[in-house]
Design a protein. Structure first.
Length: 277
């Protein structure tokens, strides 16, 4: 009898825990939708994207003819720079920081392609080679050009601090966007910690990260050059599927334990009645 008592409380605990796995993906979906709504202020996603007439002769068609981004990255970066309006000094005056993760650059937007080189976590890197202006350079470090494949950026790699390299002469490589996001998020947080005026909220930090990662995307979209797949966020992703799977597993396990507990209770009651008679 004592061995049967654990099933009911365990079942209840599992059912309660399962609802966390249901609520959390719901929260993630809401945040993704909210972020997409914010980003819609940067471009009009309600209209069907069409390439500009100017661009049909620019770089022999460029994106619209699926030319590899690396082959036109230098000219695209100059084009983005010439069409970027900068108002006053920016907030990003921190030049270097320690790399918070390992980062690998590839010859193509695919992790199965050739890995060109890697920078190890802990290396002191130059995040902003133009700290006096307070704005990050397009096409370098965290601010890459969008690829045709969602989640990949074409960008000049980070320089090691003190290397004396010229960022304008660095080649372009491909790198997963999630790695750049991790680095930029850490950088923005460090900048915020050193602010002498009112610090940014967590929401403001997050918005800075999302907008600066996609700065080139927004400019290219507004010029009719490319509709980047990274300008919006998936409402549902792999983690949401994993969390939903956790909810289903825990809910089923808890329900089964409660049913078993109820059946055993019914059998015990039946035995008591039979014993009394």
């Amino acid at each position: 009898m004592e061995r049967k008592r654990w099933k009911k409380p365990t079942g209840v605990i599992l059912l309660l825990a399962s609802f966390f796995f249901l609520i959390w993906p719901g929260f993630r979906v809401w945040k993704a939708a909210e972020l997409n709504a914010v980003l819609e202020n940067l471009y009009d996603s309600s209209k069907e994207f069409t390439y500009s007439e100017l661009y049909t002769s620019f770089l022999q068609g460029g994106y619209c003819k699926n030319i590899p981004v690396k082959d036109m990255a230098g000219e695209l970066t100059k084009y983005v720079d010439s069409n970027t309006v900068i108002g006053g000094a920016g907030p990003f005056s921190l030049e270097t920081m320690e790399l918070p993760v390992d980062i690998t650059y590839y010859s193509a937007p695919d992790t199965d392609s050739q890995a060109v080189f890697e920078i190890s976590m802990g290396t002191e890197i130059v995040v902003n080679p133009q700290p006096e202006g307070g704005w990050m350079a397009n096409g370098y470090g965290c601010v890459g050009l969008p690829d045709y494949t969602r989640g990949w950026r074409c960008v000049r790699p980070f320089m090691e601090a003190g290397s004396g390299e010229d960022p304008e002469k660095l080649p372009y490589y491909y790198v997963p966007m999630e790695d750049l996001e991790t680095i930029l998020r850490q950088y923005v947080h460090k900048v915020n910690e050193n602010r002498e005026i009112a610090p940014w909220s967590a929401e403001q930090e997050n918005l800075f990260v999302e907008q600066h990662l996609r700065n080139c995307d927004s400019v290219l979209y507004s010029l009719g050059i490319f509709s980047s797949p990274d300008l919006s966020y998936p409402i549902w992703d792999t983690w949401d599927t994993v969390l939903l799977g956790g909810f289903i597993a825990l809910f089923l396990a808890g329900s089964i334990l409660l049913l078993l507990s109820r059946n055993e209770w019914a059998q015990d009651e039946k035995r008591k009645i039979n014993g009394a008679s």
